[in-house]
Write a protein that binds this ligand. Structure first.
Ligand SMILES: [Fe+2]
Ligand SMILES: [Fe+2]
Length: 274
């Protein structure tokens, strides 16, 4: 298999940017301070898949609305603009046929886990949720250029993120594609004008260094917790997992509560969404 060049990757990012009018317009719109939920809803209403995803998510048990959100603008207000933006971006990457059901499972579980960690450590839950939804978008770019990458992703999802597994994964991507998925995802978010702190959090979600912002810490742990849930690790194994931050701040009981909440809330959101 030929190497995928950095040029191929940049072209792909440009294609993703240009390929979806709603997501593109939404990105510009939600940067404005004077924007309202009705204006966002009007734009989103042009994309039926996105509308259904927003309404299902707003009515999922995670938000505790009891299925009472009936109008699109109310759904947009419930999720927040950042989450709507992340859903739009994830949906249009999915529209290119490069996102598998396992990828959505991982994105949703990471997002729910990042929000739960954010709540525990006092970070912005909505921001952590939205960022975690998109954190592995670089994998979708690679998969769109190299179909054999889907097999790599399938085996990766059920592995614990040990330090060795992570450095091997990033090194093999760098060797094969010139950049690893975290760097590609960060380039993508930068080209979509995400805040530099969020771009840095995605760039370093496998290689956190120095003191992290709270949102970055929530993303790192959210990703790890999603892997822990997928591979059924025990509490003792979680405490020993390198790179995970939450066990340094909470006791076993609270850690168990976080895992129980994430398991239940992500499963119900996935069931509601798909
Ligand atoms: Fe990743
Ligand atoms: Fe991930």
């Amino acid at each position: 298999m030929d190497l995928v060049s950095a040029e191929d990757i940049n072209q792909k990012i440009e294609v993703f940017e240009a390929s979806h009018a709603v997501a593109g317009r939404l990105l510009t719109l939600v940067e404005r301070d004077d924007i309202g939920a009705r204006e966002v809803a009007t734009l989103v209403s042009a994309d039926p898949i996105l509308v259904s995803r927003i309404m299902r998510m707003a009515n999922s048990a995670f938000y505790g609305t009891g299925g009472r959100v009936r109008e699109l603008h109310a759904g947009v207000a419930m999720l927040g603009f950042e989450a709507v933006k992340s859903l739009a971006l994830a949906s249009f990457v999915e529209g290119s046929g490069t996102v598998t059901p396992q990828d959505w499972d991982h994105s949703i579980t990471s997002a729910v886990a990042a929000a739960e960690v954010a709540r525990t450590i006092g970070a912005d839950q909505q921001q952590a949720f939205s960022l975690a939804l998109l954190h592995d978008i670089g994998e979708a770019v690679i998969a769109s250029l190299d179909p054999s990458f889907h097999e790599v992703l399938d085996s990766r999802r059920s592995m614990p993120l040990t330090a060795d597994a992570e450095s091997e994964m990033l090194a093999s991507e760098r060797k094969r594609y010139g950049l690893h998925h975290a760097a590609i995802g960060a380039d993508m978010l930068a080209s979509w004008n995400f805040h530099p702190d969020l771009v840095q959090a995605v760039a370093q979600h496998h290689t956190p260094k120095g003191s992290l912002s709270r949102t970055h810490a929530a993303l790192v742990d959210g990703d790890r917790i999603a892997h822990i849930i997928a591979c059924g690790s025990t509490l003792a194994e979680i405490r020993d997992l390198p790179g995970i931050l939450l066990p340094n701040y909470v006791g076993d009981t609270q850690l168990e509560t976080v895992l129980t909440n994430v398991r239940a809330r992500s499963a119900s959101m996935i069931a509601d969404l798909f």
